[in-house]
Ligand binder design. Sequence first.
Ligand SMILES: [Zn+2]
Length: 444
Amino acid sequence: MSNKQLKFQPVIGLEIHVELKTKAKMFCRCSADHFHTPPNTNICPVCLGLPGAMPYPNLKALEKTLLIAHLLHCRINRISRFERKHYFYPDLPKGYQLTQYLYPMGYQGYLEVEGKRFFIRRVHQEEDTAKLKHQRLKSRLVSLVDFNRSGVPLVEMVTEPVFDNSQDVVAFLKKLQRLLRFYEVSSCDMEKGSMRLEANISLRPEGSKELPDYKVELKNINSFRFLAEAIDYEIKRQTQLLSQGKEVTQETRGYNSVKKFTFSQRVKEEAQDYHYLLEPDIPPVYLSDEVVEKVRKTPDYSQLIGKWIKLGWPKTVVNNLLIRQGQLEWWQELETTVQEEGLDRHKLGHFLLKNKGSYYLKDISKLIARFKEDEKIINNVDQLVKVVKEVVANNPKAVADYQKGKESAIYFLLGQVRYRLGKVNVQTTLQQLRDVLTDEKSKK
Ligand SMILES: [Zn+2]
């Protein structure tokens, strides 16, 4: 039967991995900084997965994972355990990855974006794998392994299949990124791979409540825009197949961002069996009341941000500049100065935005001095334009002479401006006069 008459509705779920911003790795004390170090220098028996090495969890990382679960309004498992997820790949020397399978730290949460609630299935702690680099060495193609990344704390967040379009997906991810950056739990840098995105996408007949019996996984996409493009492409591709009465293959697909299409990477015949096994060397993690209470007291993001907007700071300024909780003290100090000196938050905000790199978060008194100087110049120009217009309006004869080609008439008008304002910049004033006179002429 042809499905041509049927309309389809996308069903999209996300899996997001972020690396946590911690000093040490997840189960050893090696530095977690794998971006600025020569390959294979931050390593030890634990993160190399040598037999007999004893892992011990990083409490700071667990606290950050708990914070993510809290920010995503999750229910919290007070007792969680680590399990071994078995699979073989050269970036995983142990042959298994430590993760939380049965008892994720957070579950049944949600994130609200522009009034819509998107449900979150789980938030759990795990460890990153080593990094593979495929390159040519002495004319041979080789794969190099850098273990600096092996064991870096990683958090996986899984949403329910709640999205039906790419715009919502991107809005959700942007909000998530802002949130995680604000509380400094992760740098969420997609180019560097500290935030990684996967989307599951399938289609069902419009109106159906059942989940489709297949899904296509989009992997290895490192920008919001490309993910949106890949999702849109998949919606079209799958709609076409289903409309022709064909089946969509369950598989993993990548995205070619230059030629703008998705392509098959791996066909999954059946669900992979990871043979999860309780990690015998790490006792269950029990979250004390104290730890949970501390995290629950974290000030709410929308309230924190909303406060500045209510005070009269422009929304774009707040959204673009107040990006880390650690900056709040600086902002408080700025607000005090603004109140004391009766400054215009709108103008000052846009001045900050314009000079983002050079003044932001620096000495507030220097910043204010520069702002006032800038304002003075703007005010002077505003005043000059006003007077020039008045002079032009009040001296029709000189204006007419100038329009007829008598260049020198402009100097009479310059004299009039000088008479009104005292000292003026001759070049700027002449330029303003010419602009206004050209305007006048074009009006006629
Ligand atoms: Zn180590």
